[in-house]
Every structure is written in structure tokens, then in C-alpha cells.
Design a binder for this molecule. Structure first.
Ligand SMILES: [Zn+2]
Ligand SMILES: [Zn+2]
Length: 191
């Protein structure tokens, strides 16, 4: 058995919509290579940094991730009948064969790495996200703006109509005036 610790640069395109391993950053590979009848069994971990955006507020997010994997690299069928199988079973040949394996590891690391990338990373678990109305962070203490509670919308509309008809000089009856006053009071408290 051969144990290998190696750092490789992250390949291009290792990522999903909101999270990725920045190309060129270090992927630390901690590998165990075992020679088995069918080929080389590689077990190990890949540790890397993930950069992304919070799915709720789009703030940058970075965190460390570690992926475990086990992969059998079988000898090519043609080699099984040729001389390369002798080299493969010799411990001295392990380093030279390893060079090829590390290159070949890329799809494996890519697969397990992408699988572990979060579809919806969060800057923190309770991130409240952005206001759907104004786009400000909901946890921003300065977040205030005119917003009519949908429950008050009908009353606000009524007040608006009533104001318009009044400016048109249409006479109002007492009931509607009372209602309008109440609406305006409520609206001021609510905003
Ligand atoms: Zn967030
Ligand atoms: Zn808002």
C-alpha cells in the first residue's frame, strides 16, 4: 500500500450555480493506493475551499469542504495481456504509475466534489435574505421603506378613491367620511 499526500490545482469548471472551487486553488489530496487484482484501489480525501454566494442575500461565502472517495482504477484490458501488468504489481513502479493516476483522478475528484457542493449555500443558517420589495438586506437595521401591508391594501385603495372623489368635488356622505378617517389613522400607525 502506498500513501500519498499531494496538492493539485483545482481544474476549471468545478462548480454549480452558487458554489464552486475556484480554479487554481489548492486541492489537498490524501490518498491510499492499494494494488488489487483488478488494478489500483484508491481511497482518500480531497480537501478544498469552496467559494460561492449566499442563496438568500448573495453575499460572498467561503468555506472548507472535504470529500471522501473510493475508486478502483482497473488495468486496461489490453494491458492485462501485456507487460504493463508486471510493472503495476511492483512497489517500485508505484510512483511512476501514480503520476498517471493523479491525472486520472481529476474526474473522480470532480464528481465527488461537485456532488458535495451545496445547491443553496448560506452566509449563515438564519440569513433572512433580501426584502422582496426593496432588495435591501432584511437584517439591515436601516431597512425601512413605504410598504402597505396587503391586509390594509383594500382600505388604502378606498382611502385613495375617497380622496380622489373629494378632490373632484363629489359630495361625501357621513358614513364614508368616518370610514376614510379610520383608514388614514390605521395606515399611519401601520407604516
Ligand atoms: Zn445570506
Ligand atoms: Zn424592504
Amino acid at each position: 500500500m502506498v500513501e500519498v499526500v499531494r496538492s493539485v490545482p483545482a481544474p476549471e469548471g468545478l462548480g454549480v450555480a452558487l458554489a464552486r472551487v475556484p480554479p487554481g486553488t489548492d486541492i489537498e489530496l490524501d490518498l491510499r493506493l492499494e494494488s488489487v487484482v483488478e488494478g489500483v484501489l484508491v481511497t482518500g480525501t480531497a480537501a478544498y475551499e469552496v467559494a460561492g454566494e449566499c442563496a438568500r442575500c448573495l453575499d460572498p461565502v467561503t468555506f472548507d469542504e472535504e470529500a471522501e472517495f473510493t475508486e478502483l482504477f482497473a488495468y486496461p484490458p489490453t494491458d492485462a495481456r501485456g507487460r504493463e501488468i508486471e510493472e503495476g504489481e511492483s512497489d517500485e513502479e508505484a510512483p511512476s504509475r501514480l503520476e498517471g493516476d493523479v491525472i486520472y483522478l481529476e474526474p473522480v475528484v470532480r464528481d465527488v466534489g461537485v456532488l458535495r457542493l451545496p445547491i443553496a449555500p448560506l452566509c449563515r443558517d438564519d440569513c433572512p435574505g433580501l426584502c422582496a420589495t426593496c432588495g435591501e438586506r432584511l437584517d439591515d437595521p436601516g431597512h425601512v421603506h413605504e410598504e402597505i401591508d396587503p391586509r390594509w391594501e383594500a382600505l388604502a385603495r378606498l382611502a385613495q378613491e375617497s380622496r380622489e372623489s373629494r378632490s373632484n368635488g363629489t359630495p361625501q356622505d357621513a358614513t364614508q367620511d368616518d370610514k376614510q378617517d379610520a383608514t388614514q389613522d390605521d395606515k399611519e400607525e401601520g407604516s
